[in-house]
Design a protein around this ligand. Structure first.
Ligand SMILES: C[S@@+](CC[C@H](N)C(=O)[O-])C[C@H]1O[C@@H](n2cnc3c(N)ncnc32)[C@H](O)[C@@H]1O
Length: 213
């Protein structure tokens, strides 16, 4: 079974309760959406956009900005398309893998994106490094990549950390300490500037990476 099929199997029925249930544990998404720097007429992409929860919120906040989403799961995109239709303004959604897309061939755009978002997606993408590299390759110099995802739970009780880790593994979600090390390495190699903000006693983190070359 390939990854897209695995995601379809995971979300075929989950998608009906996804938005209602996830608001209780995909914390920090609204904080990130409020902090993102987005301008009119820019092109903004979410990789692993799921039901388009974030894209529709952003599109309401920035009606003159162009929004795009990619998700591995065609099932999730059925829910996303429904939500996007009720919003009205076009949000372009494509089924595909975050590690394998191109602004021109996937979206027929003539220039790379201004802003790219991963919201609780890198923790579900096995080739997360390739996905981040693909985002960098499809981002303008001066553009931003934002991430919100599970952190190390270091300020929470150990029983909570263990229970959460077991539960997340059941959903094929993995906290990736190596992701933060990799982002710091990119900054050390002067590929960008990085800000990491832990939230909710390190339950989650927000990362802002600015591409400088
Ligand atoms: C936990 S959900 C988060 C959805 C959304 N970003 C949000 O914040 O509500 C993770 C999403 O990533 C998608 N996904 C997993 N692996 C992917 C990949 N390699 N490429 C694109 N999407 C992927 C899943 O299908 C799922 O919709």
């Amino acid at each position: 079974m390939n990854h897209a099929q695995a995601m379809d199997n995971m979300y075929r029925y989950q998608r009906y309760i996804y938005d209602f249930t996830r608001k209780y544990f995909l914390l920090g998404r609204d904080t990130l959406l409020a902090r993102m720097e987005i301008a009119p007429h820019q092109h903004v992409l979410e990789l692993g956009c799921g039901t388009a929860h974030n894209l529709v919120r952003l599109a309401k906040q920035y009606p003159q900005t162009h929004f795009y989403g990619i998700d591995a799961s065609a099932q999730m995109l059925i829910s996303a398309e429904k939500k996007v239709k009720t919003w009205g303004n076009p949000i372009i959604l494509k089924q595909g893998l975050a590690e394998n897309f191109n602004f021109h061939t996937t979206f027929e755009l003539n220039q790379p994106f201004d802003v790219i978002l991963f919201s609780y997606a890198l923790s579900m993408i096995p080739p997360w490094r390739e996905a981040f590299e693909a985002a960098l390759a499809n981002l303008k110099v001066g553009g931003h990549i934002y991430i919100v995802d599970f952190f190390d739970q270091a300020e929470l009780p150990v029983f909570f950390q263990k229970g959460l880790t077991r539960w997340l593994h059941y959903f094929q979600v993995h906290y990736r300490p190596e992701l933060l090390a990799y982002l710091h390495e990119l900054e050390n190699n002067q590929r960008g500037t990085l800000t990491i903000t832990p939230l909710y006693k390190r339950y989650t983190f927000i990362a802002k990476f600015k591409k400088i070359k």
